[in-house]
Design a protein around this ligand. Structure first.
Ligand SMILES: NC(=O)c1ccc[n+]([C@@H]2O[C@H](COP(=O)([O-])OP(=O)(O)OC[C@H]3O[C@@H](n4cnc5c(N)ncnc54)[C@H](O)[C@@H]3O)[C@@H](O)[C@H]2O)c1
Ligand SMILES: [Zn+2]
Ligand SMILES: [Zn+2]
Length: 365
């Protein structure tokens, strides 16, 4: 028997999101239905609503979620009903060409639920990042549900499902920040601040936070930024160079997703330094660079998909860091809101008023 629940749907490009009735099928083989307790609002949800990711409307938004497994389909062995989980948008298949090359963190055929969730008229929904968790319940591939310590409250824990993991991993895995490195992070939203936290845990000597908003820069200090630069007031490339002995940073992380910040990040690197792009650009964006700069500055230009994480390995690590007081997940939760306030949360995100608004759903456990 399928179930009807409420969920937040983006019906068309740029249109305000609406609450709709969502039909959630019973889990088939390899699937699980999860009762969502909390789900963070990520900038990627806004990209979906604006049609910047794809045109597969209607989308069921939300993808930074913690909850409890309600039921599982045949053949599921990693979770049982009652398990407390964080949902991942990567569940490595183990057999694609990337998994076979020993690089499951890039898995090209990550598992999602095989059955669609639909609107009441049968229209199939595209769940954001294969999750769709601004909903009372959601259907996922069981491999997307990663068990974590129930001591971690859902509002904080859910955030490791996307932005925090992506940012943290962009520093420690993609950027491979090492003890004593200098690091600069462009864009201090949830993703950028998690990169700052990751760089701090990895032992970076200098961590420079760059943003246009002083409030964001203050928050960045709480996660470990040693210096802050307001790019609206000073040239951030010059500022990063000055703060790194005139050289530029060893690792620069771009967590905005815009050509101008990519360019600044590119030139804020030391020679042979690493640039990590974790911000997601709009398909229309272009960047022009002299080839001699690409060659002459050397180093590595990398993209970070989900911080190159392996959720089943890394979610428990991040939760352990949280519960032992070394990763301030609570610091990312600016406010908790109801399902009807997602559109307002997008506006506050754009105004820079929040790191994360978290949708909470009551009486679900
Ligand atoms: N690669 C991944 O796997 C992954 C995962 C999650 C999110 N993302 C992407 O990461 C990006 C950041 O996400 P978020 O949720 O932190 O968004 P956010 O909106 O909370 O943060 C963006 C920050 O960038 C700042 N900013 C904007 N323009 C700037 C400029 N010119 N110079 C300096 N700072 C500037 C804003 O003030 C804000 O603090 C988004 O593009 C999102 O889609 C990527
Ligand atoms: Zn794979
Ligand atoms: Zn996200």
């Amino acid at each position: 028997m399928s179930q009807k629940v409420r969920g937040v749907v983006a019906r068309g490009r740029g249109e305000p999101v609406v609450i709709e009735t969502v039909v959630v099928p019973d889990p088939g083989p390899g699937e699980a239905v999860v009762m969502v307790q909390a789900c963070g609002v990520c900038h990627t949800d806004l990209h979906y609503r604006d049609g910047a990711i794809s045109d597969d409307f209607p989308f069921l938004l939300g993808h930074e979620a913690a909850g409890v497994v309600e039921s599982v389909g045949d053949g599921v062995t990693n979770v049982v009903p009652g398990d407390y989980v964080v949902l991942a948008w990567r569940a490595p298949c183990g057999i694609c060409r990337s998994c076979l090359r020993g690089r499951p963190w890039y898995c090209f055929d990550s598992a999602n639920a095989a059955q669609p969730m639909t609107l009441e008229d049968g229209t199939a929904l595209s769940p954001a990042l294969g999750i769709g968790a601004f909903a009372e319940k959601t259907l996922v591939a069981a491999g997307q549900a990663v068990r974590i310590d129930p001591m971690a409250r859902p509002e904080a824990a859910g955030l490791i499902g996307c932005g925090v993991m992506a940012g943290f991993g962009s520093a420690v895995y993609t950027g491979a920040v090492r003890l004593g490195d200098t690091v600069a992070v462009f864009g201090c939203g949830g993703v950028g601040d998690a990169a700052i936290a990751g760089a701090a845990i990895a032992g970076a000597r200098t961590i420079i936070a760059v943003d246009l908003d002083d409030r964001k820069l203050e928050w960045a200090r709480r996660f470990g930024a040693t210096d802050v630069v307001n790019a609206g007031r000073v040239d951030p490339v010059e500022a990063v160079r000055e703060l790194t002995g005139g050289f530029g940073a060893d690792v620069v992380i771009e967590a905005v997703g815009r050509p101008e910040t990519y360019r600044q990040a590119f030139f804020a690197r030391d020679l042979a330094g690493t640039l990590v792009q974790v911000g997601v650009p709009d398909p229309s964006m272009r960047i022009e660079l002299a080839m001699i700069d690409l060659f002459g500055r050397g180093g590595a230009l990398k993209s970070s998909w989900y911080g190159d994480c392996l959720p089943s390995r890394d979610f428990p690590i991040l939760i352990n860091l949280y519960l032992s007081g070394r990763l301030d997940l609570d610091g990312f939760v600016t406010e908790t809101i109801g399902m009807g306030e997602v559109e307002g949360a997008f506006a506050r995100m754009q105004k820079g008023e929040v790191l994360r608004s978290v949708v909470t759903l009551e009486d679900q456990a």
